[in-house]
Design a binder for this molecule. Structure first.
Ligand code: GLN
Length: 482
């Protein structure tokens, strides 16, 4: 046994060393591969304009190009914290981002454009007031809309935004011009791009501050690619026409003000409000989902135990079993997306309601099994006692069995609710701004990860501790009443 452990330990250590020594020979590029034609997946490979340019850089410096696919709002942090060498993700040069990373020379010009359903009466920027505007979370489109028009609905990527637009969940989607074109070509009779665009921007590659060597290497490769027409050829191959962005970086609009991290993350632009509003949404969703879960859970548990006891309720029991299998067998994010896009696909309901329904239905399955276990743990004699007192089966269940079962399973239920509370953190997938998403929004605006994540974690921890304390109180009270 000991030798086995030693062997596992040594191979693990060797594996770690191997990873580390390879790092020197790699050029690690981070991107979000849902941004065609700049980066997208073809089979299991990430391809597109950015990977091709970065391949040229890797060749020039004699390194192996390694592409890591992550969410766009994390690519800049990945570079500034040294997790990757370069972020190549159709990144627009902005002043805020310049505080965190250095940018290469720009390689292409882009715009934020407005996409609307094909039959929409919206004709331009002036019609946007009061409309439900979707953006891709943490992008310059997000920044532009939040600053100039109003709070947008933030989607994880352009594709999810397009689905929401086609499903009528939003009135317009603001997106970068080239990905927008790709989507328009895909759904030519469902969506259209308006002629008027919102911004003109330059894309560049981002490297960590202080990594002057890599920055110079990228710039020199870009310059030679511009000179010999290779850059134009790559852009053209993916349908991006027009001259690549001129050589110089756009001049700084104003020198970025340096503030402490706490100020930038929470005070500046009232960012703490995201946390407060997000916390409220999280509590609202969790509370009602717990209630719904309890109702479903009790119902299902009673049906199943009744069936097991006397063989009745065959059809209901079958349906309950099906529900348990499906819900426990699939991830809650997938259930949430199905409920949002498929079940409530063509009706306009609030996203909070969608989340409550999704998490409630999900939790119900776990609660059902917990309560069923509780009912089974009650001594058979209790049933017989109830019946011999002249109570009917339902009366025995409601007045004698369930209260005792509930008391027994309270710790397990508490556990389930704590899990549920934290599981609601995936609500951001349907652009609901819960607590986790609030942290993401702050991160995507300040490009720092530590403080927003810490704050979000601390708030969850506080709610869980508060809840655990309340539950302990309830448990003690129930014990006393015995
Ligand atoms: N150009 C936009 C930005 O930098 C969007 C980029 C992207 O989604 N990959 O914010």
């Amino acid at each position: 046994m000991k030798t086995l452990f030693r062997l596992i330990f040594i191979s693990f250590a060797l594996f770690l060393c191997a990873c580390d020594s390879k790092r020197e020979e790699q050029l690690i590029m981070v991107t979000e591969a849902t941004f065609p034609p700049y980066e997208f997946r073809e089979g299991d490979r990430v391809v597109g304009i950015d990977p091709e340019i970065m391949q040229a850089v890797a060749d020039a410096v004699g390194k192996e190009l390694v592409i890591q696919d992550m969410s766009f709002d994390s690519v800049i942090a990945a570079v500034s914290t040294g997790k990757a060498d370069v972020a190549a993700s159709g990144i627009t040069v902005t002043e805020e981002r310049r505080r965190q990373v250095n940018f290469s020379l720009p390689y292409v010009e882009a715009r934020q454009v407005i996409i609307v359903p094909a039959a929409s009466p919206i004709a331009g920027k002036d019609d946007l007031n009061g409309k439900r505007i979707g953006v891709q979370h943490g992008t310059t489109g997000d920044l532009f809309v939040s600053r100039n028009i109003g709070e947008p609905e933030r989607f994880q990527n352009g594709a999810l935004g397009v689905s929401a637009l086609i499903a009528g969940k939003i009135d317009v989607l603001v997106l970068d011009d080239q990905p927008a074109k790709v989507f328009e070509n895909k759904y030519p009779d469902k969506i259209k791009i308006l002629a008027e665009s919102l911004t003109t921007e330059s894309y560049a590659f981002a490297v960590a501050k202080g990594n002057e060597t890599l920055l110079a290497q990228i710039d020199s490769v870009l310059e030679s690619m511009k000179r010999d027409g290779r850059l134009e050829a790559i852009l053209g191959k993916y349908g991006v026409t027009g001259a690549p962005a001129a050589g110089e970086l756009p001049a700084a609009e104003k020198a970025p003000e340096a503030h402490g991290a706490f100020y930038t993350n929470f005070i500046e632009n009232g960012r703490w409000r995201y946390l407060v509003e997000g916390l409220w949404v999280t509590i609202e969703v969790s509370f009602f989902a717990v209630v719904l879960g309890l109702i479903i859970g009790f119902g299902v548990a009673v049906v199943r135990t009744t069936h097991d006891k006397n063989g009745s309720l065959k059809l209901l029991n079958f349906l309950c079993k099906l529900y348990l299998t499906v819900i426990r067998g699939t991830p809650v994010v997938v259930q949430l997306l199905i409920i949002y896009f498929v079940i409530f696909g063509s009706v306009d309901v609030s996203k909070v309601l969608v989340a409550i329904v999704a998490f409630g239905i999900n939790s119900g399955a776990y609660v059902a099994e917990i309560i069923r276990g509780g009912i089974q743990s009650i001594d058979k004699g209790q049933f017989e006692a109830g019946r011999s007192l002249g109570l009917s089966y339902p009366q025995t269940m409601i007045y004698i069995i369930l209260p005792q079962a509930f008391k027994n399973v309270l710790p397990a239920l508490g556990n389930e609710f704590v899990v549920l509370l934290k599981e609601t953190s995936v609500a951001g997938y349907i652009a609901l701004q819960d607590l986790t998403k609030a942290g993401d929004i702050i991160r995507s605006q300040t490009y720092t990860s530590f403080l927003p994540l810490l704050a979000v974690a601390a708030i969850y921890l506080c709610i869980v501790m508060l809840f655990t304390a309340l539950l302990g109180k309830l448990e003690r009270r129930l014990k006393r009443s015995e």
